[in-house]
Design a protein around this ligand. Structure first.
Ligand code: ZN
Length: 290
């Protein structure tokens, strides 16, 4: 028997199976196209594998993660064309006939880091991914926080100095929320080129400013024991050191703990599992069912 996981991201889906030892022994990744085609490819992958015992899904959102809701497993208000109000858990359960555990893609990544990566042994921490969008998996007291739906760290509102940065913001819901100002989509819209092609230090100072403004609110609200920042933009070399400097300045010594002072290098860190955090976490979600 094997257990399966899907990192169902807005840009790519990754499917994997793992044996009892947890090692991934088959992995396949494909672009997120239409719901029917994408879910169909995942079903094909696991049908091919056969002998599946349980499936864990880390889905892009917003997605209904409340198991008691009739809309459990449905992606709701996403701006991604064709995906609003899409039930992803239903078709997978029907086609594969196995129990399914589902959480957000960022909660799955947080679970991966908690079990095997940079958050081992912690109770309260946040995993933030800065890529096409910005998302955050929030762990408090040893479990993911869901609440009304789930936290949306990427859409928090932060100060926006329009003299320094006249860009209106790219979030279709809020304009200049954190994601609207600092996601890969925002970088491309503001500067006319993708983040990986931008090497002006001013670009990355501004990016660090916004991320630090978002993260200072996370630190102060949750008293997080660690911040893990990943994603294609989050992992751009040299960005996290800039964010650490601004984060420390913004906190201004108010929270007097070593993690926010001399130990900040070990407090604000990249994911130890790198881009595999999400799929490893999805497998862990499945493992929780058996
Ligand atoms: Zn927003």
């Amino acid at each position: 028997m094997s257990i399966g996981g899907i990192e169902a991201g807005g840009t790519r889906w990754t499917c994997a199976v793992a044996g009892a030892d947890g090692e991934l022994d088959r992995v396949e990744s494909f672009p997120t196209t239409t719901p029917a085609e994408t879910i169909g490819r995942a079903i094909e992958f696991f049908t091919d594998v056969g002998d599946l015992e349980a499936l864990g899904v880390g889905a892009f959102g917003p997605v209904v993660v409340d198991r008691s809701s009739p809309r459990w497993g449905t992606i709701t208000t996403t701006p991604k064309p064709g995906w609003a109000d899409t039930d992803i858990a239903g078709p997978l359960a029907e086609a594969l006939g196995v129990p399914i555990a589902l959480d957000t893609d960022v909660d799955a990544a947080a679970i991966g880091e908690w079990r095997h990566g940079a958050a081992q042994g912690l109770d309260t921490f946040v995993y933030v991914t800065v890529g096409t969008g910005i998302g955050g998996g929030v762990f408090a007291n040893g479990r993911p926080v869901h609440g009304l739906l789930h936290p949306e760290v990427g859409h928090m509102l932060i100060p926006h100095d329009r003299v320094r940065d006249p860009f209106e913001g790219s979030c279709p819901f809020h304009g200049d929320c954190l994601e609207g100002l600092a996601s890969g989509t925002a970088l491309r819209a503001r500067w006319g080129r993708p983040g990986e092609e931008l090497d002006d230090p001013g670009v990355w100072d501004l990016e660090a400013e916004y991320l630090a403004l978002g993260l200072v609110n996370v630190v102060l609200t949750l008293s997080a024991e660690r911040l893990i920042v990943g994603g294609g933009v989050g992992l751009v070399p040299g960005l996290l050191p800039r964010v650490r400097v601004r984060l420390r300045e913004l906190l201004a010594g108010y929270v007097e703990v070593p993690q926010l002072g001399p130990d900040l290098d070990r407090y604000l860190v990249p994911p130890a599992l790198g881009p595999q955090a999400g799929i490893v976490g999805a497998i862990e979600l499945a493992r929780s069912l058996i």
